[in-house]
Design a protein around this ligand. Structure first.
Ligand SMILES: Nc1nc2c(ncn2[C@@H]2O[C@H](COP(=O)(O)OP(=O)(O)OP(=O)(O)O)[C@@H](O)[C@H]2O)c(=O)[nH]1
Ligand SMILES: [Mg+2]
Length: 443
């Protein structure tokens, strides 16, 4: 089902962008369309999507990009920022004060579990919490809450007639800072449930009413969030079972679309598996990078300077570009990075290269830099004019042997050819690296 793929599509979009060596208007447009598709499938409001796409395009395609940032980095940052924006506000959790919290929601949403988790959350922040068992429909429900309470040594209140009666008694007796009221679930929010919840709410007079929604609801969370909002009133949402489904992103987007705010997410069955909701953290987890900095690093790493990339695309890749490329590859992994720029099979190829192959290349490149420094500006821009006599001069100027300079010229030409061919993405099948590829069983 399409709903399951929200996280996957977002992940795909990010890995696509970070893998690009050059971002142009065409790519931005295509990515925005892909993002729109993912959001539409997650049932995000069309107007919201239009707003978000417009902002991304504006920021990325404008003339003056932020200083020192490439179009690609701006795109990654904007995609990230906009996704964070549309997945809703970062929650502050709950105030650490005396208060009453009512948990409501449909059958099996995770209310009783969340009650225990919230009590624990307060305990670890120095506040005592009592649990109130207002689910009187199912005989075992009160026992279940009591078991959760015992695990964390929290008092449980369960005496009284009916949900309302239990709540009244608890309000009278409780001495804890925080009271958490568990309520009964239903199949659907019908008139009866609405009536019961309204009555309970009147008795409890809660500071917070949290709707508990399981993540697997995906986009259907939107209807549920707005219905509960309208019929009984809520102050926030707890999305549970984020650990067990790929629909978490869709559920979060849906709550945002319903105009409600997610306050906590449940990430497991254990009592400590509760997190204050933070969209940045969620996106980070979704796309596999801890934070935007990591992502930006990734965007930088996999690319080359946009100038150089553009010149390659235009069929120009002069000695000067070659030199810039060499310069930008400082220290270990430089040749590796060069390979990374080639689409398809580069990491697999790297694994197959013998030890030392890449570091030898790096040694060589250091020498090459000297040689390029010994060239005249004209030679750097027009390497095809480098004749034998010029090679002699360059060799003596850089302390290299003539054959080393010739070898460098050959490598430059090969790389130029490969770079040009990467436009078609067939570099390894046909390009000069085909030999290497063949040698290591990848041709
Ligand atoms: N994996 C996972 N399981 C959860 C999470 N929260 C709750 N559960 C499980 O979901 C099931 C239902 O949870 P309950 O807390 O009983 O749900 P409820 O809303 O009280 O259910 P009713 O009282 O029957 O309406 C239990 O098996 C819980 O262990 C979560 O964040 N992750
Ligand atoms: Mg329950």
């Amino acid at each position: 089902m399409v709903l399951d793929t929200f996280g996957d599509s977002i992940k795909k979009i990010f890995s696509k962008v970070t893998g690009y060596s050059l971002v142009d208007k065409e790519k931005v447009d295509a990515l925005v369309i892909e993002l729109q598709r993912a959001l539409i499938q997650a049932d995000v409001d069309i107007e919201l999507i239009a707003e978000l796409s417009g902002r991304i395009k504006n920021n990325v395609l404008k003339k003056d990009l932020p200083k020192g940032m490439s179009m690609k980095e701006v795109l990654v940052k904007n995609l990230y920022d906009e996704l964070v924006w549309f997945l809703g506000e970062k929650s502050n959790g709950l105030e650490l004060k005396k208060q009453r919290i009512l948990l409501i929601g449909l059958f099996g949403a995770g209310k009783t579990t969340a009650a225990g988790k919230l009590a624990k959350w307060f305990q670890t922040r120095g506040l005592q919490a009592g649990l109130v068992a207002c689910d009187v429909h199912r005989p075992a429900a009160q026992d279940q809450l009591e078991q959760n309470a015992k695990r964390i040594n929290a008092p449980v209140y369960r005496d009284g007639k009916g949900a309302d009666g239990v709540a009244k008694e608890a309000v009278k007796k409780s001495k804890e800072h925080v009271m958490i009221f568990d309520s009964a679930g239903r199949d659907a929010l019908d008139g009866e449930l609405a009536k019961e919840l309204k009555a309970l709410s009147k008795t409890v007079n809660p500071d917070e009413v949290f709707l508990v929604i399981p993540a697997e609801l995906g986009q259907a969370a939107r209807t549920q969030a707005s219905e509960f909002s309208k019929l009984v009133g809520i102050t926030g949402i707890i999305i549970t079972k984020m650990d067990g489904t790929a629909k978490g992103g869709a559920a979060l987007a849906a709550c945002r679309a319903a105009g409600t705010s997610v306050r906590f997410i449940g990430t497991g069955e254990k009592i400590g598996d509760l997190e204050v909701y933070d969209p940045k953290r969620f996106i980070g987890r979704l796309i596999g990078y801890g934070d935007i900095e990591g992502l930006m690093e990734k965007a930088k790493e996999a690319g080359m300077s946009e100038d150089v990339a553009k010149r390659i695309m235009d069929g120009k890749f002069t000695m000067r570009d070659f030199q810039e490329q060499i310069k930008s590859m400082k220290g270990m992994g430089s040749m590796t990075k060069m390979l990374d720029m080639l689409p398809g099979g580069s990491s697999a190829l790297k694994k197959k290269l013998p030890d030392g192959f890449l570091s030898n290349q790096e040694e060589k490149m250091k020498k090459w830099e000297f040689a390029i420094n010994s060239m005249t500006p004209h030679e750097r821009e027009n390497p095809e004019d480098i004749t034998s006599s010029r090679i002699k001069r360059i060799a003596s100027g850089s302390g290299m042997r003539e054959d080393e300079v010739r070898h460098m010229m050959k490598s430059y030409k090969q790389i130029k050819k490969v770079m040009k061919m990467t436009k078609g993405g067939k570099a390894f099948k046909r390009g000069p690296f085909a030999n290497i590829a063949k040698q290591f069983g990848m041709g």
